[in-house]
Structure formats: C-alpha cells, structure tokens
Design a protein around this ligand. Structure first.
Ligand code: AMP
Ligand code: ZN
Length: 118
C-alpha cells in the first residue's frame, strides 16, 4: 500500500495486520466499530490514504474526505439512526483529543448526545 505509514495503527487495520470489526468498505474509505465505544453506535470511518491530521488534508484529497461523509450517512442509515439523529466528529491534534494520527470521522448515535462536547 503506497500510502501506508508503518507506525500507524489504522494503516495496520487497513493492511489486515490488526483485526477490526469492519462494517463498511469503499474504494476510498473503510469503517469499523470503535474498540472503546462511547455510544450504542460508535463507528470510526477512515480514508484508505494515510493523512495524519486535518491540517495535512490537501486540495487533491477533497474527494477522499468527502467520501468519509458519504460513508457516514450510509452507515447511519444501516444502523437505523439516520432519522433520529447522530453526530460525526473529527478531532485534530492533542487539545481536541486526537490519539490516532490517521484522520477519522467518529460516527456516534443511538443515544441523546450533549452539546457542547466536553
Ligand atoms: P481519536 O481519539 O479521535 O484519535 O480517536 C481514536 C479512536 O480509535 C478512539 O475512539 C479509540 O477507541 C479507537 N481505537 C483505537 N484502537 C482501535 C482499534 N484497534 N480498533 C477500533 N478502534 C480503535
Ligand atoms: Zn495511517
């Protein structure tokens, strides 16, 4: 995989080196259930391309990043939470709580979600 980063946990999941409960796959993205779920539905949606943070998204990545949102709406529909509502969030760097430096959307739903987030 040309974009893979050898030290990246999510690149290892993409390569099949670390198991994950993968529930969605497209040409540009995959999604799997979060190992430490914060809601009845908590899915992590990642691009196949290794991009470390939002700050590293380039002009050429717009279709890839857009595809994460298309994945989110498709998964929300499949999970039965599209109409009642859900949240997608992407953390950037330490102050926001990013711990895995391969961009990912969190898809959270299945319970009432407070605002603002902590
Ligand atoms: P963030 O803190 O925004 O970088 O989110 C990283 C997310 O990845 C956290 O919610 C973790 O629980 C989740 N996570 C870490 N390792 C795994 C794994 N092996 N499989 C599934 N989810 C994971
Ligand atoms: Zn990666």
């Amino acid at each position: 995989m040309p974009d893979a980063n050898q030290d990246c946990l999510f690149c290892k999941i993409l390569a099949g080196d670390i198991p994950a409960d993968i529930i969605f796959e497209s040409d540009t993205a995959i999604a799997f259930r979060d190992i430490n779920a914060q809601a009845p539905t908590h899915v992590v949606i990642i691009p196949r391309k290794h991009i470390a943070t939002i700050n590293d998204i380039g002009e050429a990545d717009q279709v890839i990043v857009g595809s994460l949102y298309l994945a989110a709406s498709a998964i929300a529909r499949d999970e039965g939470i599209a109409e009642v509502g859900y949240r997608v969030v992407m953390n950037c760097n330490a102050a926001a709580g990013q711990t895995v430096f391969h961009i990912h959307l969190h898809l959270l739903g299945g319970r009432a979600l407070g605002w603002p987030p902590g």
